[in-house]
Design a protein around this ligand. Structure first.
Ligand code: C5J
Length: 223
């Protein structure tokens, strides 16, 4: 494996330095992906997110083999909800709210079964797990400091959902100077239209806040 590889991406090819690139896996949590979880109680079709699991398992395996820094995130809150602003807690009219009892424990509460990452993507020892109260992974977390400590300059962004936490994190990262490749088949939305447009928005206008590329490109680069 070469240290620097050029991948075919949208809107244009990108040189990746694999020694300063990290894989970021956003919010692949049971509450979002499993039937009966929070996502489904909001009326969403969770099968749209489950399509991501197979390709992401493959990409994660390639990243681990290559010795790449792997960062997992989980969206969720303290049991007393002191880190969940009323604007988030009271938003909309779901049949269940954050902190309510759900099929997998209290919804999006740290330490509960539903808050944790799906079995297929369980973090390995030494991988970073960032607990975030917001949609973006930089807000109120140590992510920026951890990336700086490892000298990371480029991110492979994966996970769910494309138009919410993936977009927010990619935009935050772009503003902080990171080059972000959003891996098109390793991000998912409950809404097919949002998935398509969400990916297009990233690479539009010359790559206004990142690049997109399929996992096959990255796996080939990592092998
Ligand atoms: C949402 C997320 N959609 N991880 N969270 O509330 O995208």
């Amino acid at each position: 494996m070469a240290d620097t590889v050029t991948i075919s991406a949208q809107p244009d090819d990108l040189a990746l330095d694999l020694t300063t690139t990290a894989l970021v896996i956003i919010d692949m949590q049971r509450d979002f992906l499993l039937p009966g979880g929070f996502g489904e109680t909001l009326g969403n079709d969770v099968t749209q997110l489950q399509r991501v699991v197979g390709p992401l398992v493959e990409l994660l395996a390639a990243a681990r083999r290559a010795g790449m820094l792997v960062i997992h995130t989980r969206e969720g809150h303290l049991p007393d909800l002191s880190d969940c602003p009323p604007a988030k807690l009271n938003r909309g009219a779901p049949s269940k709210r954050i902190g309510d009892p759900g099929a997998f424990g209290r919804i999006l509460i740290r330490g509960e079964y539903g808050h944790d990452i799906i079995d297929e993507l369980t973090p390995s020892d030494g991988e970073v797990v960032i607990d975030k109260p917001g949609k973006g992974a930089f807000y109120a977390t140590d992510l920026g400091a951890i990336l700086a400590e490892h000298g990371i300059t480029q991110l492979l962004v994966t996970g769910v959902t494309t138009e919410v936490c993936v977009h927010t994190t990619t935009r935050e990262a772009n503003d902080r100077g990171y080059e972000c490749v959003v891996v098109s088949d390793c991000v998912g939305s409950y809404f097919p239209e949002f998935q398509r447009v969400g990916l297009e928005m990233i690479a539009a206008q010359g790559g206004i806040f990142g690049w997109t590329a399929p996992s096959g490109e990255l796996i080939a680069a990592l092998t």
